[in-house]
Design a protein around this ligand. Sequence first.
Ligand SMILES: Cc1cc2nc3c(=O)[nH]c(=O)nc-3n(C[C@H](O)[C@H](O)[C@H](O)COP(=O)(O)OP(=O)(O)OC[C@H]3O[C@@H](n4cnc5c(N)ncnc54)[C@H](O)[C@@H]3O)c2cc1C
Length: 347
Amino acid sequence: MLPESRQGATRLSPYIRHGLLPLPVVWDAVADAPGRDRHRFRDELLWQEYARHLYARVGPDLARPLRSGQPVLPDGAVPWDDPWTRDMACMDHAVGSLLDDGWVVNQQRMWLASQWSVRGGRAWRAGEEAMFAHLLDGSRAANRLGWQWTVGTGSGKPYGFSRWQVEKRAPQLCRSCPLADDCPVQDWPESSRGGPVDGPDLGRGAGEAVHAGPAEVEGAGTGEAVWLTAESLGDADPALAADPDRPVEFCFDELLLARLRVSGKRLVFLAECLGDLATSYDVTVRRGDPLTELAGRPLAATWTPVPGWARRAAALDVPEQHPWPWLRRPRPSSVRSFSAWRKAVER
Ligand SMILES: Cc1cc2nc3c(=O)[nH]c(=O)nc-3n(C[C@H](O)[C@H](O)[C@H](O)COP(=O)(O)OP(=O)(O)OC[C@H]3O[C@@H](n4cnc5c(N)ncnc54)[C@H](O)[C@@H]3O)c2cc1C
């Protein structure tokens, strides 16, 4: 984890999350990498794909515990007021990365999530929202999966965070910590697993068409303008690539932004992506209600595996729809765990 120069991380996630780098492109780009590196990196890409499949399948239910309740504090223990207290050097470093850079290395995201819920006893959804607001790569799919997996609601096995991990991955943090001699996370958290819940059906799903979108272009050439969203914001967007001469429409959804309150860093990132696009395409950026702003015009768009896109597309005129660039096209399979899902999609 530290020093940063030795981190096992590419920091590609904001570009992958916003569709500037489609997963199949990144997958192919490492074809010539040394075997072990290639294998491990592609494994990470599959986690992203798994998150997308899971979200396409369960939608807003990803906000509910999938398999068990959140861990329970021992009798008599009270939730921490501030689980991410910056008095601890490990939390200070992780929270600093989140607030200042909008990007946090995976291990530290696990520290933050575990410290918030498993030891701190705070509701995981509130922590997930706090992290989502600051991450440049924040997505409902990967962030909720990451939280559910770490706090155990998705896996049944909470990940415990303690000084041991910090000493192993970033011992310099403990050396500089004002609480080094009175460490609040010296031992493993004592919370116990949450009980079973009545979560969404994660078994073999309905049918591919429901969760995968079109396999071929529908209504080719019928869209007058290309509608881009934050899910697919680069020139790799299939609808844009199909005809780069068409005007491009993007609408900041004012109500959604008011509700999500994402950080300025995220908005700047999106604005920079749009600025880049505008150097090569005829881009119009709007702010308001997309259903009003984009109404009355036949649009070309890329089918997108998030519930908000489906809702808006159904209310707009989108006669031309392009397939989503899946790494593994969804088919009826279990999404109960990464390994079960992987076995099914790789068959
Ligand atoms: C609590 C928690 C919250 C998270 N929230 C998000 C989020 O909102 N958005 C997000 O993209 N990732 C999230 N992750 C996954 C992971 O931490 C980041 O994708 C990764 O740290 C990004 O760094 P990187 O680009 O250097 O990854 P690399 O290790 O270089 O991996 C390459 C790519 O694989 C994907 N990837 C890697 N690990 C995961 C993973 N566990 N789950 C899903 N995709 C993965 C990312 O797209 C990443 O860019 C979260 C993980 C946890 C534990």
